[in-house]
Design a protein around this ligand. Sequence first.
Ligand code: GDP
Ligand code: MG
Length: 692
Amino acid sequence: MNNKLPSIVLIGNPNSGKTALFNRLTGLNQKVSNYPGVTVEQKIGIAPIGHKKMQVIDLPGTYSLVPESHDEAIVADKFAQWAQGEDIPNCIISVVDSTNLERNLYLTSQLIDLGIPIVIALNMMDLSREKSIDIDCDQLKLSLGVQAVIPVSARFNEGIDTLKNEIESACGISEIEQRLFTVPSPVQSALLPLQDWFKENYKISNSLSLSLAIRLASVDKVHGFDLPEKSIISQAKQDLNIIGFPSDTLEPVLRYHWLDQAVPKAEIPIDKKSKSEKADEILTHLWIGPIIFLGVLTIIFQAIFSGASYPMEFIDSGISTLGNWVATHLPAGLLTDLLAEGVIGGAGAIFIFLPQILILIFFLTILEDSGYMARVAIMMDKAMTKVGLNGRSVLPLMSGFACAIPGIMSTRTIDSWKERLVTILILPLMSCSARLPVYALMISAFIPNTKVLGFIGLQGLTMIFMYFLGTVTAIVLSFFFSKWIKSDKKSTFIMELPPYRTPLFRSVFQQVYLRGKLFVTDAGKIIMAISIVLWFLASFPKIETENGKTQSIHNSFAAKIGHSIEPIIKPLGFDWKIGLGLVTSFAAREVVVSTLATIYNVENGDEDYISLSEAMKRDKDPVTGKSIFTPLVALSLMVFYVYAAQCMATFAIVKRETNSWKWPLIMMAYMTALAYFGSLIVYQGGLLLGFS
Ligand code: GDP
Ligand code: MG
């Protein structure tokens, strides 16, 4: 971004209202990307402040500078950078939830040590007013030694102008009088060797190096800094223990003690039970809680399925109309073909996902911002951690039944990178709606419509079995993946439930808009590239005939690939035509149906129209005279589609969300292996049992 603009950063605890404030300051003038190397989101925007434009950065939420997750490490990284004199922002806005002052100010007190101008945005004033919490801002400013303390309410747009004014003047300050929280002198002496080490090695101020020494003694490391020899550290820790300051609690003990005196006592009326606590008695009740969650899930799915179907049909028909228009109105030729089939088809494949993505993100943001998601996480955590997942994995996994794409995008709410990764890797095993056409075709054509045990339909049972197979495999695999994937960080422990809050609709819509945009621009590129390649494979080479060049899918490159993989897929019961379907359906699973339709229409030539399932039933091997499709082949093919990674959009979104090619490739590899061996077992096992 623009480096010449003055820059300000927003730092605060999770749920303190950073994003709400960021949105107030920047409007839609913002850009979301990833921090280099990690998948944590970086939000940068431009805000008009005073007569200038300033660059605003919304950092991830954290409780302290001792990081426990990827998100929190970003903030600790920045702190280390600034402490070492790189990229120092003109001003830090410490976003503080005024209803929970002391805990929020812990982080602020760590930031103060940097000696960078700090403006405290005392957010949620509307709520603390309601609770009659009265905070003396001037007093707070003096005792903390910050540049300003401004009461604001990001929700009601209160105090934002004053905040901007104070930011403007704070940015003009070059030298600030440093203040350090009081550290008892015996502690200072014990820490002196560590302090000196930081001072000499990093050329930093007295107070900052003391603060780093305190952190080092407490947690044995300081994120983003080299460390002195072990012996110096253990000596200092020993000295601390002798004078009665247990080293591992040193930083919190000292800081909270200092804050206790520095923070003017806010009048907090002790009401019996807050509204949130009352609500939680029902919403997180042992068995009513999960039932309510189930209800919420049902509403969300209903909304995804019914709400997305019209826009999806609209996009689908819009895209094909556009493709037809281009094909008939532009001069016939290669370029027109490419445009009509490859490019417009690719765009269709991108936009078709938008309705589901937008709807799911909309609900998810509401659940997250309202504070309900934190409760769900706790309710579900016990069961989910048993298989290596997280309480927050439930909603993404369930949405995988509709479509893996929005599900994978919504795993962002899982703080632990490892649990998020495991969730992403197994999510495509949930049978999404794109598998339905494949199941439906195979079942209606080859599974007899009989009853089992007199009342259960065999066709329905087969369908349920496919869903069951995917889900159970997902659960088993998540267990193995979580053993296999290394992680140095444990899952973050939820310190305190945030109170329930009404989500800010402006924030919700911005989130939805940004997510949608991100999908179209980022994952869209990969989807477009793959669909052009697939178009090429299916439409070339062209063959010379009497009336010019023509082409049929039968002698396309895709068909050649189908033929050449025939020996490999023969043991699964598949012939080259299914092989060709496997190639083209990498675009999306349901494409196999239209590919088969194309192949069989062509084969039947000018004969009377017969349905695809009828054509498949009649198809015989020219050499042996045996049917190509049998119930066993159909079963094998369905199992193949339960497991196979046949979806370029999933591939693209996993690339985008994990910020690497490694994970999407691993995902494809394991799913393809599962598909192959799953089908192999079904087909060969079936043959052994005497089916054919
Ligand atoms: P972040 O995690 O720090 O980015 O916090 P968000 O900006 O996402 O805000 C968390 C929740 O608090 C959301 O539901 C917001 O709508 C809500 N919120 C933010 N600022 C205020 C405020 O000033 N007053 C009230 N009542 N709610 C707020
Ligand atoms: Mg935020």
